[in-house]
Design a protein around this ligand. Structure first.
Ligand SMILES: Nc1ncnc2c1ncn2[C@@H]1O[C@H](COP(=O)(O)OS(=O)(=O)O)[C@@H](OP(=O)(O)O)[C@H]1O
Length: 390
């Protein structure tokens, strides 16, 4: 009868829709399906573009109401240069005569010297661990200018070139941990001995340890490629990893080593050199496995185009400005050593929503730490930022 035919047609349509639905689902890229990763530990190494990464993580945390393991009390880092312990984190330890286990957090990304068992106490089991490395020559050049008056080894040296000619005249490993900035600083950040001899078995064993713990090690020289890869592994949106370059030296505080100086730097920081060579290699293997050249290029272009769009939207000048000349204290970056650290000035007259976004994109690390601290612990005294007070 007509009714039977109609019923059969309806059933056939329903079946077709069902099949199509499953197939369309199968055709969608897997990343759309998976929820974003929100438990993240970023080991913030020194002078490696890590403040730019911190800004990305802080913005994400703020936007999604995630908890951040923030430095306790007045401090702005998690106990560095001492090995990390949980009491460096505000609110991690419960008070009282019978305190329960430490509190756990979603995001951890301030400077610390890596110490896995202590980190694990406050980060969930499914935490995504990642870090970033930079070529040891440029990393050391940046470190020398930035920590010129802080690291005893750098204080008496007239230049990095002079330091590297006779490092043992200036560097004394028993002079205290402040000298960690002067040799194998990334190796030190990872929790290892930065004065160890770079013998093969020792180095290999440590590299395996890092590989086992960190799901991803990024490379500052390929920052945009790094962000594309990070976004993919975290299942985030492209906009989540768009950032402006933060904490950069102005070109006049950049001093490049001579070819001989570079050679010396690499043998002086031989552990960092081995570390960098190894993870530069694994980085590109990973990029190839996850993306392939065409997709990589397309996504990097997309990221750059979006950054340019946001620069035009947010910033008064196309280039960053000398930090000390920035009138707004919320946006003035901390100046250190002999470095002129650059910052940004926002375009006047931005509407509220745009201002909210732009301010966070250019907010220097210390100000952002203080801001999140007040948001997370409104009942505690605000963090004071000493350099803004005089
Ligand atoms: N996006 C991006 N790409 C490449 N390089 C970048 C980026 N962002 C920051 N930087 C450079 O990283 C240096 C600052 O590093 P950190 O922020 O890790 O320094 S700190 O240890 O937190 O003080 C600093 O290096 P120098 O300018 O050579 O000192 C920055 O210019």
């Amino acid at each position: 009868s007509l009714w039977t035919i109609l019923l059969l047609v309806v059933l056939a349509v329903l079946l077709l829709v069902g099949v199509l639905h499953t197939h369309v689902k199968l055709l969608l890229p897997a990343e759309v399906e998976r929820p974003p990763v929100t438990n993240i530990m970023f080991l913030k190494t020194h002078k490696t573009a890590s403040s730019t990464v911190l800004n990305i993580l802080y913005r994400y945390a703020e936007m999604h109401n995630l908890s951040v393991a923030l430095p306790v009390g007045r401090s702005f880092h998690l106990g560095f240069p001492w090995l990390f312990v949980t009491r460096y984190v505000e609110g991690a330890l419960q008070a009282g005569p019978h305190p329960g286990p430490p509190r756990q957090f979603n995001i951890m990304c301030n400077h610390l010297r890596f110490n896995l068992p202590e980190v694990q106490k406050i980060m969930p089991n499914d935490t995504f661990y990642f870090s970033i490395l930079r070529h040891p020559v440029t990393q050391l050049e940046s470190s020398f200018i930035y920590y010129k008056n802080y690291a005893p080894a750098f204080r008496a040296a007239s230049s990095l070139e002079a330091f590297l000619k006779a490092p043992h005249r200036f560097y004394n490993s028993s002079a205290g941990l402040r000298n960690a900035y002067a040799r194998n600083s990334m190796w030190f950040d990872l929790g290892f001995n930065n004065d160890a001899a770079a013998d093969d078995a020792y180095v290999r064993a440590r590299l395996v340890e890092v590989e086992q713990r960190f799901q991803l090690v990024l490379i500052a020289e390929y920052f945009d490629e790094s962000m594309v890869l990070l976004r993919r592994l975290l299942h985030w949106q492209m906009d989540d990893v768009v950032a402006f370059r933060l904490n950069a030296r102005s070109p006049h505080s950049v001093v490049r080593l001579s070819p001989q100086g570079r050679e010396r730097a690499l043998s002086w920081s031989a552990l960092d050199w081995r570390l960098y060579l190894h993870f530069n290699h694994t980085f590109w293997t990973r990029v190839r496995a996850e993306l392939g050249p065409r997709r990589l290029r397309a996504e990097v272009e997309q990221l750059r185009a979006r950054r340019l769009e946001l620069q035009t939207l947010c910033l008064e000048d196309t280039a960053p400005r000398s930090g000390a000349s920035i009138a707004d204290p919320r946006l003035r970056p901390y100046q250190s050593g002999d470095a002129d650290i650059l910052g940004y000035v926002l375009r006047p007259g931005l509407d509220n929503a745009t201002l909210h976004l732009c301010q966070r994109m250019v907010m220097p690390e210390l100000q952002y730490v203080a801001r999140l601290y007040t948001l997370q612990f409104p009942q505690k005294p605000r963090k004071r930022i000493p350099f803004l007070e005089h």
